[in-house]
Design a protein. Structure first.
Length: 89
């Protein structure tokens, strides 16, 4: 899948800039694109973390058994849909 890049202009502290660049260099990085890749991965991780936190908060009053049942049902439905698609092919 082709992706289109978007340019960001960010303002961060000199301390963070220096620390991150030193970290990338120590990890064998420091090449062109490494900073962008690091920021993109950090943003993805943070979005995931926030979403998981919201889901946990939303489900905090649901018992483990209820969650297990809901997960099992969802997995079963997806498997049935995949099997139905395979039969059509």
């Amino acid at each position: 899948m082709a992706t289109t890049a978007t340019r960001w202009n960010l303002v961060i502290s000199k301390e963070i800039d220096t620390g991150l660049r030193q970290f990338l260099a120590s990890e064998g990085g420091g090449r062109k694109g490494d900073l962008s890749k690091f920021v993109e991965e950090a943003v993805k991780a943070r979005i995931f973390q926030v979403r998981v936190g919201r889901i946990k908060a939303r489900n905090s009053r649901v018992s483990a058994d209820e969650l297990d049942l809901a997960i099992d049902q969802a997995v079963s439905e997806v498997r049935q849909e995949k099997a139905a698609r395979r039969r059509k092919v």
